[in-house]
Design a protein around this ligand. Sequence first.
Ligand code: ADP
Length: 161
Amino acid sequence: MIIAIYPGSFDPITNGHLDIATRAAKLFKRLIIGVCETSSKHLLFNTEERVDLVMQSIVELPNVGVESFTGLAVDFARKVGARVMVRGLRMGGDFEREFNMGMMNKKLCPELELVCLMSSVEYQFLSASLLKEVASLRGRIDDIVPKHVAQALREKFHNEL
Ligand code: ADP
């Protein structure tokens, strides 16, 4: 009966993130999406907004929850009693980044296992940063984010209610 965390910035959550969460939820008793509370200037949505967008996205996933966290993801895992950290892998740079981070996390918290799920083909190209660029230029984003996220992006960039 394993609890897993899925940490990230989720600025905002995309269908690529949701695909990973949906598949991971089938593997574990409980999956907790950890929204990292960072002061990075590059974030479009504040922590409360990012948590809220995740919450609205997981209503149909009964064993998935969401919490924000500050500091190290391994400390968040310890706090919620998770034995596994889930991450998504797209083609390109993700593997090297996840590998390095995974090695460091193993050093910091040897009892925590990393489980990487490969991104589904249709979301391989999708990153939150590219999504934000397309949304800011009024590109079509309806099939790569949930409806409420598309709406939140339109409000942020174009003040459209
Ligand atoms: P980052 O670690 O770059 O801040 P995010 O917070 O956006 O990444 O995402 C958290 C996790 O979700 C990471 O493991 C990232 O690789 C993964 N992820 C992001 N976009 C996708 C996607 N389109 N398909 C699969 N996994 C993804």
